[in-house]
Write a protein of this length. Structure first.
Length: 405
């Protein structure tokens, strides 16, 4: 690979060498014809031809200087009385090089200068006007114009290729950024799913482990029931985790629903087993997009988890409604049935809100608690509010159904 890269790196120099050799050979052939001039060709004349060819080695870095030296050399050649070589042949390569590297004005100016000086000099020597102007001039001008046009065409094509390459690189970079953003978003989404699922599971397990510990030796039926709930909750958590890992290993299935509103009974069972009177009311008319259904489930799950952890009430109400293009869901816990002695209802509600907010603030990437639920809703273009009631706490989310993927 390194040898191939070096070959490509030297390729422009090879082109210049071939061009210089072509210029030297062409001019030498014209000199050999020995047409006109005060004396025949000699070694100096051929060295002049070789010098014109050697100038091509510097045409990329100094195109205007090469053009100027070529013109001065042409005037010196004719002043020395050597055989005629025309106008266009000696300067065509220099004009091409100047136009190729963006020196179009210099190329046109030199063309005009060479034509004016040549025509004026030959007419001053008494050559036939009709022959100089009517016969030879048009051919010289056309050849020099073609050299300039060819050089400018090469420059334009090279610039177009460079622009196309730049556009391709920018497009590729944009696609890469979009892909990275999608990957990052997917990671955040998976982190939220794992947090919500495992957070709910660990809360339920911790709660009922305490119940089983307290019941051991006193009420074996309660202890067995708590242990059975721990076992079933852990099993569901493992199944949820396996589904998530399956999605990670199978990118083509990333839009498949991992959880749905049909699984809410597992969440409500945990709340019921924790001593809450659960009211579940789900009314969905049409099949929901996978992203909306998963987000709704996770929001309800996280809200119920916080109720189980922190609420001192005995009742929680869950409502899910589809109203045309929107899905509205709410989770309301009753709070304490009665405020503590000497504490007003407003003071009790404020304390309830403070505890809930302190336990539901985000502390790391992906968020959790209220912040995590709000991020889920907003990622779909929806809204989420979490606010106190006279007693208890209400989480309410509105998710758009239309346009969700």
């Amino acid at each position: 690979m390194a040898g191939r890269a070096n070959a490509w790196a030297f390729r422009p120099w090879g082109v210049d060498v071939l061009l210089g050799a072509g210029v030297a050979a062409t001019v030498s052939v014209v000199i050999t014809a020995n047409e006109g001039g005060r004396h025949g060709p000699d070694r100096v004349a051929y060295l002049w031809a070789v010098g014109l060819g050697a100038l091509m080695l510097a045409r990329r870095r100094y195109p205007v200087a090469v053009l100027g030296v070529t013109v001065l050399g042409l005037f010196a050649y004719y002043a020395a009385g050597y055989p005629a070589v025309g106008l266009a042949v000696p300067v065509a390569a220099a004009l091409f090089s100047a136009a190729e590297y963006g020196r179009l004005a210099a190329a046109v100016s030199v063309t005009v200068l060479v034509v004016v000086v040549s025509v004026g000099f030959r007419l001053a020597e008494g050559q036939d006007f009709s022959f100089v102007v009517g016969y030879e001039l048009a051919g010289h001008v056309l050849l020099m114009g073609a050299a300039i046009a060819l050089g400018d065409s090469v420059r334009s094509r090279r610039r177009a290729q460079a622009d196309a390459q730049r556009i391709a690189e920018l497009t590729e970079a944009r696609y890469q950024q979009q892909a990275d953003a999608r990957v990052q978003q997917e990671r955040i989404s998976i982190a939220r799913d794992l947090h919500d699922s495992l957070g709910h599971t660990t809360s339920v397990i911790a709660l009922h482990a305490d119940v089983a510990r307290e019941a051991l030796g006193r009420d074996d039926d309660v202890a067995r029931s708590a242990l059975e709930l721990i076992r079933s909750t852990a099993g569901r958590s493992m199944a949820d985790l396996r589904r998530t890992v399956t999605l990670l290993r199978s990118p083509d299935e990333r839009h498949r629903t991992v959880v749905s509103l049909a699984n809410l009974d597992a969440v409500t069972r945990a709340a019921h087993a924790a001593g809450f009177d659960v009211v579940l009311d789900v009314r969905v008319d049409d099949e929901l997009p996978a992203s909306v259904e998963a987000a709704a489930f996770r929001i309800v799950q996280e809200a119920i988890t916080n109720v189980v952890r922190h609420s001192t009430g005995s009742r929680v109400e869950i409502q899910v409604r589809q109203n045309g293009p929107q899905l509205t869901l709410s989770v309301l816990d009753s709070g304490a049935d009665q405020p503590s002695a000497g504490v007003s209802a407003d003071q009790f509600a404020a304390a309830q809100v403070s505890d809930a907010q302190n336990s539901q603030t985000t502390t790391g990437p992906g968020g959790h608690g209220i912040t995590g639920m709000r991020e889920r809703a907003e990622s779909l273009g929806g809204t989420l509010t979490a606010e106190p009631r006279a007693q208890g706490f209400l989480v309410r989310a509105v998710l758009p159904v239309e346009g969700a993927g």
